[in-house]
Ligand binder design. Structure first.
Ligand SMILES: Nc1nc2c(ncn2[C@@H]2O[C@H](COP(=O)(O)OP(=O)(O)OP(=O)(O)O)[C@@H](O)[C@H]2O)c(=O)[nH]1
Ligand SMILES: [Mg+2]
Length: 364
């Protein structure tokens, strides 16, 4: 049984939980919309919030759904996962259900499941989403970043997939992002089950890293073509740049993991100080070295990173730029009306037909 559980909230969260099920993770999902959740056939345990039919991108509906059903939600989560060391709550930050429910739900679960570490897999939307989605994402990420006891937050960046495949369909971007994040987490968890005489990276090491509060990123670099230690460093940086996660912006991991799988010969090209020269030396580093005949690969886990201000600023900037127009749009919803230029003609209608609905425009 894997020691990490995946709880999907909302449609994107359910899709991630679905993929996690195929990899053997314990999974469950929560949604306000039954139809969305039922499509995730790989996930057996499902909770549909009674009386709701989606949140229509309105975070306050997601928040209310948690407030009104908190005990049932907590019971559902407790019953759904057995002996896990880390629960990752997966959701998109820019819809209504996952974005509204998840930060509050994580806070409740941290209170009610004291022995379990709880982190998040939060999806950051593409650049081309509209204002309402950007507002949701900004609010959700701010709330998430303020949770005191939270473990790793993985920020899955849909834009990263778009960057590498500009012509892709939305479905392809979503599927690819979901698959890559779960494959990355699955890979580091599976490494902890292998044994090595050279240096084991065990489950305690992994949990120590993933318990760290802040943003976490995992990436793997294949180093077959590397000739020097500096080539290896470049390949690692490149893999961090192109991973499914928001790229790192500031050199400040608190804890890190470095896993090498490959031939002994190639392992000579790994120079730890030079790898961390640019990234910044962490407080603790957990290493694992595994001999294998596969292509030599270096996997790096960086935890305790800061939230990527520039990436999030790029989401917020267009709101800032259009502030007046957006405020006017909001005002318009309540003030707009149509004034006919032929209102003088209303008096021409015969009085009798006005019936009981006659109003001041049609005085008796
Ligand atoms: N990576 C990824 N992103 C997704 C997926 N599905 C939706 N998204 C993203 O999530 C946003 C929509 O969020 P949903 O998860 O559908 O929203 P929800 O939580 O179900 O909330 P409501 O539909 O408003 O009730 C989109 O704008 C995308 O950014 C997915 O499967 N994978
Ligand atoms: Mg939905």
């Amino acid at each position: 049984m894997k020691s990490i559980g995946i709880l999907g909230v909302g449609q994107a969260g359910g899709n991630i939980a679905d993929i996690a099920s195929t990899m053997g993770f314990q999974t469950a999902l929560i949604n306000t919309n039954q139809r969305d959740g039922l499509a995730n056939t790989g996930v057996e345990k499902k909770y549909f919030v009674p009386g709701y039919n989606g949140a229509g991108q309105d975070r306050s509906i997601g928040i209310k759904a948690v407030h009104d059903n908190s005990q049932d939600l907590i019971d559902f989560v407790k019953q759904s996962f057995r002996n896990i060391k880390l629960l990752l709550v997966a959701f998109s930050t820019d819809g209504g259900t996952g974005s509204g429910m998840s930060p509050l739900l994580i806070k409740l679960l941290l209170d009610q499941m004291p022995g379990t570490n709880i982190g998040a897999i939060a999806i950051v939307p593409e650049q081309n989403v509209l204002a309402g989605n950007r507002i949701n994402a900004a609010e959700c990420i701010e709330e998430l970043s303020k949770i005191q006891q939270i473990s790793s937050v993985f920020l899955v960046d849909n834009d990263q997939i778009r960057k590498l495949n500009p012509q892709s369909s939305k479905q392809h971007i979503y599927h690819s992002a979901n698959h890559q994040v779960m494959a990355a987490i699955n890979h580091v968890l599976e490494v902890t089950q292998k044994s090595s005489v050279y240096g084991n990276f065990d489950e305690t090491d992994l949990m120590r890293i993933l318990q760290t509060r802040g943003v976490t990123i995992i990436s793997s670099a294949e180093i077959t073509d590397a000739k020097t230690a500096s080539d290896t460093c470049s390949k690692i940086y490149q893999s961090l740049e192109n991973s499914v996660f928001c790229p790192i912006e500031s050199a400040s991991p608190i804890r890190a993991g470095l896993i090498y799988e490959g031939s002994e010969n190639m392992s000579k090209l790994i120079n730890v100080p030079s790898i961390f020269e640019k990234i910044g030396e962490p407080l603790q580093l957990f290493e694992g070295t595994y001999n294998s005949e596969w292509d030599p690969t270096v996997t790096i886990i960086l935890a305790g990173l800061s939230f990527p201000t520039n990436r999030l600023l790029s989401l917020e900037q267009s709101l800032e730029k259009n502030k007046d127009r957006l405020q006017n749009l909001m005002k318009k919803e309540h003030t707009q009306k149509y004034e006919s230029r032929v209102s003088w003609s209303y008096n021409l209608k015969p009085k009798k037909q006005a019936g009981s609905l006659s109003n001041e425009r049609f005085p008796e």
